[in-house]
Design a protein around this ligand. Structure first.
Ligand SMILES: NC(=O)c1ccc[n+]([C@@H]2O[C@H](COP(=O)([O-])OP(=O)(O)OC[C@H]3O[C@@H](n4cnc5c(N)ncnc54)[C@H](OP(=O)(O)O)[C@@H]3O)[C@@H](O)[C@H]2O)c1
Length: 296
């Protein structure tokens, strides 16, 4: 059996991948930030050379977009330099590196979903640092994958969908941005969609992975409220009002307005198309309600 290491195993995506794959018999070693810090790329190299694995999945990253804007050096160290070192060590060990990337590498000015071949021109330090990481990983080996995801949600760490439900339980009025489009990515679906790429599928490159379809934050939030109300959650707010991105004065970094990704390649190579985002969000909210996570 192969041995898979997951970096960032304390995060939203990494924790889900580690749990789901371990349950299906994969040999998993999940390393969180404490066990495997990425702050010093030289130390990353030494630490990784001591590990025994044939696949490494890197979910660790400095993900706070606004923090990155004012911490450029740290962002590039963690999101670009460290992944480059990791991928180089993987190549030296004959292992595959699967590095998780982001839709924020795009400027968001397209009028159709972005394919893997589309040029990436980031508008933020976070996006630029992640793009530099993509390039470094791909340059280190032809069997490495850069898997770009968007609007990640799941049970291991709260995200937009959890926040809007928590607010709708307490407040009479909730709003969300109505002029920014992307596609939610359910971590449990990502685990299933990504599994064939661990071993077996030869080659490498960029892969776009999300659920299917597209929405604004307002539509995403409205669907979350609809599903929660249908499941009996006593919401105070039933509709999500519209905000413009320009109204969000707390945003420091510029955000790309449209980052829907084309997942045709994922379905073609992996063999399974992602399901629509509404189905995934409904399943997630129902399971969280059943688990007693949301209460009035
Ligand atoms: N969340 C999204 O909507 C989204 C969208 C597009 C792409 N992505 C990408 O998806 C991947 C996974 O993101 P996520 O949603 O799971 O985010 P997350 O919950 O923030 O997970 C990232 C993990 O990286 C760890 N980390 C941060 N700095 C580190 C460092 N210097 N050394 C070692 N570990 C460090 C974090 O540890 P601490 O929590 O202890 O700081 C956290 O466990 C990332 O590559 C991200 O860029 C996410």
């Amino acid at each position: 059996m192969g041995k898979t290491i997951i970096l960032g195993a304390g995060g939203r995506l990494g924790a889900a991948l580690a749990r789901v794959w371990a349950a299906t018999g994969e040999g998993i070693r999940g390393l969180d930030r404490g066990a495997f810090p990425l702050d010093d790329p030289a130390k990353v190299e030494q630490a990784l050379l001591r590990e025994d694995f044939d696949v490494l999945v890197n979910c660790a990253a400095l993900t706070q977009v606004d923090y990155c804007e004012s911490h450029q050096e740290e962002a590039f160290r963690v999101n670009a330099e460290a992944p480059g070192k990791i991928a180089e060590v993987c190549s030296r060990k004959g292992a595959r590196c699967i590095h998780v990337g982001t839709d924020y590498v795009f400027d968001g000015l397209a009028d159709r979903p972005y394919s893997e071949e589309d040029e990436a021109t980031p508008v933020s330090v976070y996006g630029a640092s992640k793009l530099a990481g993509d390039h470094a990983v791909l340059a280190a080996g032809q069997e490495h994958w850069v898997v770009r995801v968007s609007w990640v949600f799941g049970p291991d760490r709260p995200s937009f969908v959890d926040q809007i439900l928590a607010r709708a339980l307490k407040e009479d009025r909730v709003d969300a941005v109505a002029d920014k489009w992307a596609t939610p990515t359910y971590t449990l679906d990502a685990a299933a969609l990504l599994r064939p790429f661990l071993r077996g599928i030869s080659g490498g490159g960029i892969l776009h992975l999300s659920n299917a379809g597209a929405c604004t934050w307002q539509e995403y939030g409205q669907w979350a409220l609809d599903v929660a109300a249908e499941a009996g959650l006593p919401l105070r707010a039933k509709t999500v009002g519209a905000l413009a991105m320009a109204d969000l004065k707390a945003f420091v970094a510029k955000r790309p307005p449209y980052t829907v990704m084309d997942t045709t390649k994922l379905a073609r190579i992996g063999g399974v198309p992602p399901r629509p985002w509404r189905e995934a969000v409904r399943e997630y909210i129902r399971s969280q309600i059943e688990a007693g996570v949301f209460s009035a």
